[in-house]
Design a protein around this ligand. Sequence first.
Ligand code: IVH
Length: 668
Amino acid sequence: MPQSLTHAQAARRIPKLRQEIEHHEKKYYVDNDPQISDFEFDQLVRELQDLERRFPGFITPESPTQRVGEKPVEGFPTVSHRLPMLSLDNCYTVEELRDFEGRIRKLLPEETIEYVAELKIDGLSTSILYRGGKYVQALTRGDGLRGDDVSANIKTIHSLPLVIDDRRGIEVRGEVYLPFESFRQINREQENQGKSPFANPRNAASGSIRLLDSKEVGRRRLDAFIYYIYVDDREWPTQWEGLRKLKQEGFKTNPHSRHCRTLQEVIDYWEEWREKRDGLDYDVDGIVVKVNSAEQRATLGTTAKSPRWAISFKFPARQATTKILAIRVQVGRTGALTPVADLEPVRLSGTTITRSTLHNEDEVRRKDIRVGDWVLIERSGDVIPKVVAVMKERRTGKEKKFAFPDHCPACGSETFRPEGEVISRCTNPSCPARLRESLLHFASRRAMNIEGLGDSLVDQLLEKKLVRAIPDIYSLRYDDLVSLERMGPKSSENLLDEIEKSKSRDLAALAFALGIRHVGERLAQTLAGHFRTLDALAEASAEQLTEVEDIGPKVAESIVFFFRQPENFALIGKLKEAGLNFETRVSRRIAQPLAGKIFVLTGTLASLERDEAKEVIENLGGKVTSSVSPKTDYLVIGESPGSKLDKAHKLNIAILNEQEFLKLVGKG
Ligand code: IVH
């Protein structure tokens, strides 16, 4: 951006930019309280990236631009921990917890004992080293004495500061975890790519931390709660104050930790979170109870493998045993065949479970799951329950092996399983089961949000041949609907209203609703933000697509493939005819990204007229004036710029060429 910055000016600007970016990262990732729009934030990062590209001598490993892309130390070598990373004893009942306190009282008679109760996050523990205020290394727990060097991957966690104020030797410890939302997204992608999904967020986090490509790790959006600090290898005097110190230094600590003055308060905390844990957006499997005072902890000491001053007090497992009544194969919208088990209904953390996904053919074979088997099922968070293990000792010999079909159970077409993938797919693009799922996906809340267009209605519409393809939704009439089962005048009218409303959904929703392989909700937003119209997206080449952040060659190819299919071409034509919105409207959040910015245009722009450029700037909240002054923020230069350019140079004003300008206004 500010093309004309000299080396000396860059030397002043770069640290300022970094500080600003660090501040906003903390606001966004740690405090959950963003102060600027994503757009403005991206502008700061881009400016820093540009400066670092032009003055590479200023790049430091702690720069916010260096979170991703760093190569992991080859093969993740094992490194000794400065202080061992112990594990914890578990207990499951209040009695056992009282025993824990009993043992402590014996060693500390007459003393008042206070505790800190924390949620036990189900992730992986890590130890992170800072020296001179800078991030230097992160290790996994390993066997407690030696861990793997995963510095490059841990660095991608945006809530983790790369620079802290305290310049002493600081070691922090915490739990790396995957929020459910990221977990679901990763599993959708795994399945899309024909790979086995991860069984739970913990496994997904642990798989991610060992990836060799830190760029890929960055995409997986790991996070970390930090719960422990050592300064020059010494503990903080109390755990509670230690947590405060961590917060001060910008670390993300769990907001639910509690200072408990009595064991009863610890028990209350456990009971409270046992009930509330389903409301969290990450997995917790219990609480960790820690003696608050470091002095007392030192007296208590440790046994061979765990400290006497802390214990994990587990919540009841979200597991149950039940019987498999049948195994069916469902056909998804992409044609993917998924085996599903019908279960004998069983209660599990508050809900009745009747079905469980078996993921894919290989999974059924690997676990040797048979109809009639007793199985252990597990639910983690709000995720669909899965079969963890088969209880083979309960087999009677009457169990039936499951034969995976080689034809689509819905339409009888052949199935196809690409080499190296675990998913078989129906090869018939107009398979009724695929159409059904496509319709449900199209109407779903996060897509076109047509409330009322659910399973039973879609089934009836298909059966009565009122809908044969997605666009038919938009030709439904009152008379078609009112005679259907469970539909009356009121619900028919409501549905027509909903359908009408869906026409004005944003492009991001439509791009997601189309069900393009590999295009999830977030990617659809990125695409909508970048291409701005469905036509532009449909015409984009694989090359143009890979220029967009987050899009690799595989995804690009899948998008190009989608729009090249004649039936999809027809689909889009019909949706346009039906009057659906095909454009990205500037969302409120980034409504005025250029608010207060003053632009001057000079020279001839190749892709748009002066007036158009002006309109674009004004739509984003900026202003266009005719002459360069110290108040000007940007000079946009086209072909043969005049004296304005010299003046801008003198005043050290940011100069944008046409491409940079288009990028800035989201059209590049
Ligand atoms: S304290 C000796 N605090 O639980 C101190 N651990 O079984 C041990 N964990 O390896 C760590 N949340 O991976 C502590 N708030 C928390 C925790 C926590 C999760 C994990 C950690 C540790 C394991 C102990």
